[in-house]
Design a protein around this ligand. Structure first.
Ligand code: PLP
Length: 393
């Protein structure tokens, strides 16, 4: 009988189980909501990126349905062949205006936007200087580019400067940071990195996946938040988090966007969004303009929940955003904390290596505009009880 050449995968899965890192997927029974039914249990959901509650917003739902009726369910092709619809172009024009740039291009996801951009605008003779906690899609894009990758310690601009200073004059270099770091919730050192980029003629790029819809005027992101319009060459955003739908985009100069349309491999080789996705994203951009109270509520909830966790005595790191980690160190303990919280009606995902460094395992919480004060008080009570039971508090 043929032996299974994939047998080693079972051993690796067993090793994950032994280290408490094996995770079964939790399944939503209904909508992505602040209070949701997950694995048939009603829970306060602190694990989604649905910052503004737009996944179920009536305007987005209606526009998606209308677009499906008018244009069908699929685009039928990649963008560069027959898969560019008028609605894709509308969305890109709208995103460019939103980000105050000359142009924008939409990708299938934030992941493909980052990976496709970094890998196409840089090549083997170039250098990428990257924060150590940048998102996996940036790391993969950097590897695909075959450029030399130099990593600086998290938010350490002095270390980034040392790297850049040591490069030959005229070396083509990309400086890149997340706008908001997804596991810690702190902000990238964008203003100081932008100064550095200007001084040395580097390309400056930011991944604003967790900042668009959350920071800046009407959610324009960290470039707007820090007053850096015109100084960041490449802005990536996602349509899958605060925007509530799916996709990623790059905003910048017309030359950058035209180049990506010719060279970014996900744009060339993977089918474009169904029209319903583009329509719902357009509706979300309307909502950002017409319902500023959603961002206000998001930040009010963020302040309330952070203060509550800190008052209980948890280590919540250095977050400046609605992402608040509850850091416990040991991965098995983080998973136990997450499981016990779930039993008490709170869903906050446990996160361990390799998503965060060894010894920095945590439960990650994200509040949204859609949580009520009762939801958050209920969640804080559960954290208090379980944190005490597990000896974390
Ligand atoms: C910082 C960061 N960048 C990019 C992405 C990818 O975005 P998307 O989920 O749209 O692929 C994520 C999401 O996981 C993220 O956290």
């Amino acid at each position: 009988m043929r032996s299974d050449p994939l047998d080693y995968l079972s051993s690796e899965l067993q090793a994950m189980r032994d280290q408490g890192l094996y995770r079964r997927l939790r399944v939503l029974d209904g909508e992505q909501q602040a209070r949701a039914s997950i694995d048939h249990r009603s829970v306060v959901n602190l694990s989604s990126n649905n910052y503004l509650g737009l996944t179920t917003h009536p305007a987005l739902r209606a526009r998606a349905i209308e677009a499906t009726r008018r244009f069908g369910v699929g685009s039928g092709s990649v963008r560069t062949i027959a898969g560019t619809m008028e609605i894709h172009m509308d969305l890109e024009r709208r995103l460019a205006a939103f980000k105050r740039t000359e142009a924008a291009v939409v990708f299938q996801s934030g992941f493909t936007a980052n990976a496709g951009t970094v890998s196409s605008i840089l090549g083997k003779d170039d250098v990428i200087v990257s924060d150590e906690l940048n998102h996996a899609s940036i790391i993969d894009g950097a590897r695909l580019s075959r450029a030399t990758i130099k990593v600086f310690p998290h938010r350490d601009v002095a270390a980034a400067r040392t790297i850049v200073e040591a490069l030959p004059r005229g070396q083509r270099t990309l400086l890149i940071t997340d706008g908001v770091f997804s596991m810690d919730g702190d902000l990238g050192a964008l203003p100081a990195l932008s100064d550095l980029a200007e001084e040395f003629g580097c390309i400056m790029m930011v991944d604003d996946a967790h900042a668009s819809g959350v920071f800046g005027q009407q959610g324009r992101g960290t470039v707007d938040h820090f007053g850096l319009h015109g100084r960041v060459d490449v802005q990536v955003g996602t349509l899958s988090k605060a925007i509530g739908v799916l996709g990623g985009y790059v905003a910048g100069s017309r030359a950058l966007i035209e180049f990506l349309c010719h060279r970014a491999r996900p744009f060339l080789f993977s089918t474009s969004h169904p029209p319903a996705v583009a329509a719902a994203c357009l509706a979300a951009l309307d909502v950002l303009e017409t319902e500023p109270e959603l961002m206000r509520r998001l930040w009010e909830n963020t302040r309330l929940f952070k203060a509550g966790l800190a008052a209980l005595g948890f280590d919540t790191g250095a977050s400046d955003s609605p992402i608040t980690p509850v850091i416990v160190g040991d991965a098995a303990l983080a998973m136990q904390l997450s499981d016990r919280l779930f039993e008490r009606g709170v869903f906050a995902q446990g996160i361990g290596f390799p998503t965060v460094p060894n010894g920095r395992a945590r439960v990650r919480t994200i509040v949204t505009a859609a949580h009520t004060h009762e939801d958050l008080t209920f969640a804080l009570d559960a954290f208090k009880t379980v944190g005490t039971e597990l000896g974390i508090l």
